[in-house]
Design a protein around this ligand. Structure first.
Ligand code: NAD
Ligand code: UFG
Length: 338
């Protein structure tokens, strides 16, 4: 298939591009590089040994999209492009709704004009909201959202659902990711957050490599086994494979929702101690107060993806942490050093 990957120079996008190429798909990447790196795609080319089509530009640029669809015989779009920092979204709601909602809207308009009706969308477990019982299942309704980032994901899910209801030519996969971590086993590409990492895994990795003195664990008084929050971490390579597998669902029109997780919960403290064991590095930490908006524990019921797509997360926690460390050790300053 010939696939447009928006946001393909970012963390999940770059890993997915590798797996799409491995499966024989043709890929064109559109990315404005606001949080992605051209170097990531150069390294994808090194891993795969073939050039990747790249267009630097914004998903909200309708004229650019029209030219892109006119110039390439695109059959499906995987839409990663967007902003993803929860805290920042509270401070800059307009920027988040613009990039995530307006961006998706313009993309769909351009797709329809070009006669392309197959779309895979990056959604998030956050759309289940704070009151859903665990494990989360796709049959559960979307819950309330507590920040503009989460609301933007829920809005785009609704937009795409309405679109499929109105026009049977559309087929859309809504992929609800749990917590992606890890890196390509080559150590060539990985997660490279700008500034202070918001997420646990890159923070641990930067402490281990000496870029930061210690990790702050946000709360140890949650109603979990060791008092720290529990999440469903999955390997970014498994997540990338999930995108490849989800393309099969686009053969049937309508909306197809899949949780992409392992089905296993792991606590923050377990993450730290397992990382220390796997990497041989010490990760000093202190306990800080709870972070506003964090839920105590959630994980996926990922059985629907296995049943319908034949996809299952195959890589275990040690592989996730080993590959994270391999990437971070080889690239202490991320992509910047090269
Ligand atoms: P990322 O920031 O590494 O990648 C996003 C890419 O999109 C970047 O390369 C960025 O430059 C690009 N981009 C942003 N706005 C754009 C625009 N308007 N036009 C063109 N390109 C644009 O993030 P990621 O972790 O790879 O996440 C990819 C997607 O998955 C996002 O939509 C994110 O919300 C979603 N998601 C991520 C997680 C996670 O934990 N990483 C969890 C759930 C959902
Ligand atoms: N944590 C720390 N210290 C840190 C960073 C995180 O203790 O420096 C803790 C958090 O309190 C939380 C856990 O580590 O308990 C995981 O936090 P992350 O920020 O890595 O991940 P979240 O589960 O908060 O959020 C992630 C994505 C969101 C997405 C959500 C659900 O960042 O975009 O998963 O998919 F919405």
């Amino acid at each position: 298939m010939s696939i447009l990957v928006t946001g393909g120079a970012g963390y999940i996008g770059s890993h997915t591009v590798v797996q799409l190429l491995e499966e024989g798909h043709e890929v064109v990447v559109l990315d404005n590089l606001c949080n992605g790196s051209r170097e990531a795609l150069h390294r994808v080319e090194t891993i795969f040994g073939k050039a990747v089509g790249f267009i630097e530009g914004d998903v909200r640029d309708r004229a650019l999209l029209d030219r892109l669809f006119a110039g390439h015989a695109i059959e499906a779009v995987i839409h990663f492009a967007g902003l993803k920092a929860v805290g920042e979204s509270v401070e800059q709601p307009l920027a988040y709704y613009d990039a995530n909602v307006h961006g998706s809207l313009v993309l769909c308009q351009a797709m329809a004009a070009a006669g392309v009706y197959k779309l895979v969308f990056s959604s998030s477990a956050t759309v289940y909201g704070p009151d859903a019982p665990v494990p989360y299942m796709e049959t559960m309704p979307r819950g309330s959202t507590s920040n503009p980032y989460g609301s933007s994901k829920a809005m785009v899910e609704q937009l795409l659902t309405d679109l499929c209801r109105a026009d049977a030519r559309w087929s859309v996969a809504l992929l609800r990711y749990f917590n992606p971590i890890g890196a390509h086993p080559s150590g060539q590409i990985g997660e490279d957050p700008q500034g202070i990492p918001n997420n646990l895994m890159p923070f641990i990795a930067q402490v281990a490599v000496g870029r930061r003195p210690e990790l702050a664990i946000f709360g140890d008084d949650y109603p979990t086994e060791d008092g720290t929050c529990v999440r469903d971490y999955l390997h970014v390579m498994d997540l990338a494979d999930g995108h490849v597998a989800s393309l099969a669902s686009l053969e049937e029109s309508g909306v197809h929702i899949y949780n992409l997780g392992t089905g296993q919960g792991v606590s923050v403290l377990e993450m730290v101690t397992t990382f220390e064991r796997v990497s041989g590095q010490r990760v000093p930490y202190r306990i800080d107060p709870r972070r506003e908006g964090d839920l105590a524990a959630f994980w996926a019921d990922a059985s629907k993806a296995e049943r319908e797509l034949g996809w299952r997360a195959e890589r275990g926690l040690e592989a996730m942490l080993r590959d994270t460390w391999h990437w971070q050790r080889n690239n202490p300053a991320g992509y910047q050093q090269s």
